[in-house]
Design a binder for this molecule. Sequence first.
Ligand code: MF3
Ligand code: CO
Ligand code: CO
Length: 268
Amino acid sequence: MDKQGGESRRITLHAPEDFAGMRRAGRLAAETLDMITEHVRPGVTTAELDRILHEFMLARGAVPATLGYRGYAHASCISVNHVVCHGIPGERVVAEGDVLNIDVTPLLDGWHGDSSRMYVAGTPSTKARLLMDVTYEAMMRGIAAARPGNTFGDIGHAIQSYAEKHRFSIVRDFCGHGIGRQFHEPPNVLHFGRPGEGPVLKPGMFFTIEPMVNAGRPEVKILDDGWTAVTRDRSLSAQFEHMVGITEAGCEIFTLSPAGLHKPPYGA
Ligand code: MF3
Ligand code: CO
Ligand code: CO
C-alpha cells in the first residue's frame, strides 16, 4: 500500500481462532505463487500469467482482492525489472533474463492472503541475483524481529541495515500493512527505521512485510497509468512479501511455500 494510509485508527488485535482463517488464505496465496513458477519463461505475456493466476484462485474458491480495488482491474500485480511494484499485467512479452515480482492477494472466506516473490525468465544477471538474494534475506531478517515486545522500528531497522550493508536502497514510498478481514489496515509497516521506535508488537497483530529494494537510488515515480511504480534512475528493483501473525512466542508466517519455492533459482 502507499505510505499515506491513515495511522489514526487502532491496530487490530485478532483472537487466537482468527489465525485459522489467515492460515488458509495465506496458504492459498503461497500455493498460487508456487503454481505460477513453471509458467514464467521467455515468450509468455504478463497478461497470460495474470489469466492463469486468476483462474487458479477462482478454482480454489477465492476472489483476487485487487479486482476492483481503487479501480484496479487485474488479478495480480506483475512488476518487471525496474518496475518497483503495482505493474499492470498486459501484452508485454517476458524476455530472457527478465526478473519479475508477482504479487497475489486471494480473498478466501472473508480473510485476505497477500504474498509476492521474485521470478526469473531464464538466467538472471549476477547483479539481479544478488539483489534478489539480499531482498529476500532482508525480509527474513525483518520477520525474525517480529515478536511481542519488539517494535515496528525494530523490524524496519533489521531490513534497512541489511539492504544498505550491501549498498542497495530501500524504497520509502510503499510499505507493508495490517491485514485480515481488510486488505489494508493500520499500521503502515515501514521497511526502514530505528530500533525501539514505533508501536510495540502484540500477539494477534496480522501484517505484511514486503520490502522493495533498489539496486540504485531509492526514488520512484508513478507512470501515467496511475499505478506502475518505477525506479527514477531505471535501476533494477526487487521485492518479496510475506504475511505474519504475532504469537506469544514470536510470529507465524502465513505464506510459506508448501513446495519450498522461496526464492530464485527455482529448481535450476
Ligand atoms: N498486493 C499489494 C500489496 O501488497 C497491493 C496491490 S493493490 C493493487 O499491498 F491494486 F495494485 F493491486
Ligand atoms: Co501487501
Ligand atoms: Co501484495
